[in-house]
Design a protein around this ligand. Sequence first.
Ligand SMILES: *Cc1c(COP(=O)(O)O)cnc(C)c1O
Ligand SMILES: [Zn+2]
Length: 460
Amino acid sequence: MADLELTDDVPSAAADGVWLVCIECGETFAPFEEIRYTCDHCDGLLEVRYADLPKFEAFEGEGSGVWRYHAALPFDVGVTLPEGNTPLHEVPRIEESAGVENLRVKHEGMNPTGSFKDRGMTVGVRVAQEVGVDRLACASTGNTSAALAAYGARAGLETLVLLPAGKVAAGKIAQAALHQARILEVDGNFDQCLDRVQDLAGRGEAYLLNSLNPFRLEGQKTIGLEIMEEHYADHGEYPDRIVLPVGNAGNTAALYKCFRELVAAGAITEDQVPKLTGAQAEGAAPMVEAIEEGYDETRRWDEVETRATAIRIGNPVNAPKALPGIRETGGTAVAVSDEEITEAQRELAGEGVGVEPASAASIAGLHKLRERGDIDADESVVCLTTGHLLKDPDAAAEAGAEPEPVSNDTDAILAHLEDGSSSATGTVGQTVSNAAKSPLGILAGGLGIAYLLRKLRSKE
Ligand SMILES: *Cc1c(COP(=O)(O)O)cnc(C)c1O
Ligand SMILES: [Zn+2]
């Protein structure tokens, strides 16, 4: 089993108080002398360690975004666009429908390329410069490739992305293409793309920037730092729980690292650590299986399928870091159906928060765990939404209302509106019935009718 305990001993391999450690055998390595992604001896996952861990005071007066937290990172500044400082939305109607004391949504879709992957790349591409490479590469379900293409372009480095043919949302390919990455469409799924790119990196042909690269997770742990700071400032306490979509489990691992470091620094106590709670799609849920069955590691799922293409992953590489994170924090993991994901995507959109399908798995998971009684009504919960609505325009169009053709004539348009919902069928009815479940929805419905009546009267 992985050893994730942070110790005080600084090994001789450390450079400026930073080193790498193998979480399986404990071997330590200099951080930037040679390129390695896993342990030389046992192939275990590596983790970045620091001689000095900051408390929250260290971040005061340090601007905003990922690099505000440079005291917790290996560099003072990276290749930046800039990233981080994403909104922590209030979502009163979902809070009501889920039935929790407090619900906030951390919308990572508001990063420069529209997903949290930017937080990892600002650090990862900086490390690529440090170790001196000229070609970057990743396998991707889409967002990693969009982020790497943009940060690679920013750094002036060649970028190679390997994508599962036909399984990547349109917005993401468009980004990788315009940011001038070479896009290789592999006849295989994501896990197979990752096998191939690991081979290329192993042969020294490219610098690997998947979340297997431990420096990516350093950037991503700033999601946790932002949540903790802002939640405390707004509510005088830290959240009880964070629910997040899980694919390769990099974010789960990164958040757990954030909390371990805060505890080791004395910034928070053990019992202030939020319960890490993962949500996966039913068709790609090896982490949920491992949690439910009590496995030490995940079983590789060779066949995976879900509308939430960003989490269509059968072999989560960061499971050895993430499974202890879920268990040690008292969290859990839950699988949700594609229908539940789409319904949650609509619900978020109804609060003005536009997300891609994978992101909505966190809200769908919250609902399911509340119904099961695994999340209590008195909890303060933060749900992570990982990517922007425009990443997957096809999914958004399918989940949303149909456009209604009207003639170019104001009276005809008014007549059409009075006519009601003739052409906008299922979707609108569904939205109304959902809205009617909450008091605010009834209020909104009432206001709508009042508005309509006033309009009708003004016509006379
Ligand atoms: C990458 C990604 C995920 C999965 O994150 P992991 O860190 O691999 O678990 C979830 N949602 C979106 C939108 C993503 O881009
Ligand atoms: Zn090892």
